[in-house]
Design a protein around this ligand. Structure first.
Ligand SMILES: [Zn+2]
Length: 96
């Protein structure tokens, strides 16, 4: 599944709900899910890390729908198959 297909799936499943909830509340749900991913990565919480990664991505895609952002296009624009800072693939930037 491409990113654009995943974003379209979220639009099909939840588009009207996401639009009604709005950008601010959808953003807060994304942050909630990021918190749950943090728990799962530590072996805590109710769900597996696989489930929480899926939820974080799903909410990010929903937020992109509400915000009118094509996430596949945005990702490729910022990361055009190479590091945006050094231009290399793989990245050759000094470690942060
Ligand atoms: Zn780099």
């Amino acid at each position: 599944m491409r990113i654009a297909e995943a974003q379209q799936l979220m639009r099909q499943l939840y588009g009207p709900r996401d639009a009604a909830r709005g950008q601010e509340q959808t953003f807060l749900w994304l942050i909630e899910e990021v918190g749950e991913l943090s728990q799962a990565l530590r072996g805590k919480g109710e769900h597996t890390k696989e489930e929480e990664f899926a939820d974080v991505l799903a909410w990010l895609l929903s937020l992109a729908n509400v915000a009118g952002v094509d996430l596949e296009r945005a990702l490729l624009a910022k990361y055009p198959m190479r590091c945006p800072r050094c231009g290399a693939n793989p990245c050759a930037c000094p470690p942060a």
